[in-house]
Design a binder for this molecule. Sequence first.
Ligand SMILES: [Fe+2]
Length: 235
Amino acid sequence: MNAQRQSKTYGHLAVHYRNRNEGHLAARLLRELGFTECYAMEQPGEGGTFFHFVIDEQANKGTDRIFYLLCMPEVLSSLYAEIGKRLGVGTADEAAEVKALRAAQAEDPEFNFHAAIVLPSLEELEEMVLRVQKLSNEDPELKGRVKVTLNRARPGTPEVDARMDASPVFANVTRHTYGPNGVQVFVETDLICGGPLGDNWAFEFDYVFPGYKDNILNAPSVEAEAAIAAKEGAS
Ligand SMILES: [Fe+2]
């Protein structure tokens, strides 16, 4: 590996809002999630509004961490409509494969097409969760359009477990992350197009407790791999 070379970065992610008249509502949700709107303009051709967001205000005017939000083009919306029709989505004759996908997604948001953002502060993440849970429960525009799912840190690190127990949002959570020393927050919405049926998109927001060899996002350390191998050898 060339130590002089800088890493590539993610430049942007571009997603479509599903309904032309809901662009501003989708943009509002992104602001509530903590993204920064840099500019918006009328979208040539499709008739909606094009939004340029960044996932962190410190990325403004940069070339990475950009999130484009634009109106779903007609060719895509007509395709999703056809998929929905042929598979009977939302009807009594809904295909078994659709039911199976919905069940899997209800159980684990990782089954959704999603993008994950890592936050530098657990407190910031907790504030966002409280804000979005309130909107999901009470807001006249967003009620029923947003689902929040929380995974608290997998038990095993005493100080992390204590922080989880003291958390205003994770204390009573019974779901856990697959890996240790971090948390996951999933925010699903039908405002943004995602997945094979085009009707559910998910954001994942992660926080990783610093200072541990293993966490929910890194490649397992040599020690963790040895521990896993020893466990498998014993079973
Ligand atoms: Fe994920």
